[in-house]
Design a protein around this ligand. Structure first.
Ligand code: FEO
Length: 397
């Protein structure tokens, strides 16, 4: 793999992962891949910013050596301990045993737990600056974005923010890591999907971290996240997008996510879609929860204002594939959404009770009544579904 010179002694030494099928064992990345971006500052001292997933450690170490030759690595900054960025740490220590590992007080117990490494730690505080051979780095803690020990690092000289997961996305970069050499719009959906799956649950903490980092913005000339593009031309694009994501600002459009066993709940979903079209809604995302990995549904729910969820009852509860979506959605919450719910049942119901629990837990806004269809939707059911669709459509911006 080629490394990439960025500027003023800074290099990209990351890798592209097209091998992993499910990121975190949950989220599909098999088609578009993902970057584990890691960086090297080659100055009076050699400083690494993060590592890569362990199965690509050999490539990562080769990348480093191709730049520094016989020099040694002096420092490894550990911005984040999730193993997609930290699990080649042992390879670094093995190659350069004197390397000093920079982290915060939450980082080091994790290093011991994951990698049984317990020496050469250099502990920094929030906002602290370190002069590393004339190169000044400043560190800012961003707890719970995405783990408790998470932090970002500013290279003061160049205004480069090494932001770990923050400002990241799915989708490996092809041919170039830079925003100005890519079609930035193609990273929009992967950014939504990344945010909804990885950061959504801790979005309040993300909002806080972005607020805390706001005074730095004038000094930031470039953003180097751990996933996705390097933002050297227009860091404001990803900054503003993340502010929008963290504030759960929604776009015009509706997501209909349904589960179905024999097509009756889908028939209800289609009636809702038909009525929404009649109400002038143009963006409708239509998902079968049993055929679509929930990451794609979560991404569009994060993005669009209207949400309809429908599922049949299943042994007194709800179709398991919808239950899976509800579990993750309950964490993400439905902050600025307008919602509708519909179920199908044969004898005693159950999906309606699960949706009721979900509505109570999330406090989501439902202007219409839930529609519970017994068997196939009849004329009366159809009218109730259309009325619910209209009540949501009227509240959309
Ligand atoms: Fe990309 Fe939370 O690690």
């Amino acid at each position: 793999m080629e490394t990439t010179f960025i500027k003023d002694g800074i290099y990209w030494i990351g890798v592209h992962d097209y091998t992993t099928y499910l990121f975190e064992g949950c989220w599909p990345i098999k088609h578009e891949g993902v970057n584990y971006n890691a960086y090297l500052i080659n100055d009076e001292k050699v400083i690494l910013i993060d590592t890569v997933k362990e199965f690509m450690a050999e490539e990562y170490i080769e990348n480093i050596k191709s730049i520094i030759g016989d020099k040694k690595v002096d420092y490894l900054v550990v911005n984040h301990m999730e193993p997609d960025h930290s699990s080649s740490m042992a390879a670094v220590v093995n190659e350069w045993p004197d390397v000093k590992i920079i982290g915060n007080q939450k980082t080091f117990p994790m290093i011991q737990n994951f990698y049984d490494i317990s020496k050469n730690f250099l502990c920094i505080e929030n906002g602290e600056k370190l002069d590393l051979g004339g190169r000044e780095l400043q560190f800012f803690l961003t707890p719970m974005v995405h783990w408790p020990e998470s932090m970002v690092t500013l290279d003061v000289q160049t205004g480069t923010l090494f932001s770990m997961d923050i400002f990241g996305s799915y989708k490996a970069t092809v041919g170039s890591i830079f925003d100005d050499e890519n079609e930035v719009e193609t990273f929009l959906e992967p950014t939504y999907r990344y945010y909804a799956t990885i950061v959504g649950k801790v979005t309040e903490m993300a909002k806080k971290s972005l607020n805390d980092l706001a005074p730095l913005v004038p000094a930031i000339k470039m953003i180097c996240p751990s996933h996705g593009l390097v933002w050297r031309k227009d860091p404001g694009y990803i900054l503003n997008l993340y502010i929008k994501l963290a504030n759960a600002e929604v776009d015009e459009g509706v997501v209909i996510a349904y589960g179905t066993m024999y097509g009756n709940t889908r028939a209800s979903a289609e009636i809702i879609a038909d009525e929404l079209r009649k109400c002038g809604v143009r963006t409708i995302k239509f998902f079968d929860v049993s055929k679509t990995n929930i990451s794609y549904i979560l991404a569009d729910i994060w993005r669009y204002q209207g949400v309809f969820l429908g599922a049949p009852s299943y042994y007194g509860r709800i179709l398991p594939t919808m239950e899976n979506l509800l579990y993750k959605l309950e964490g993400n919450k439905l902050r600025n959404h307008v919602c509708g719910f519909f179920t199908d049942f044969s004898w005693s119901g159950g999906a309606n009770r699960e949706f009721d629990k979900f509505i109570k837990a999330t406090g989501c806004y439902c202007p219409g009544e839930m529609v519970n269809v017994k068997g196939a939707p009849n004329k009366e059911d159809e009218e109730a579904l259309r009325a619910m669709a209209r009540s949501v459509a009227q509240k959309l911006k």
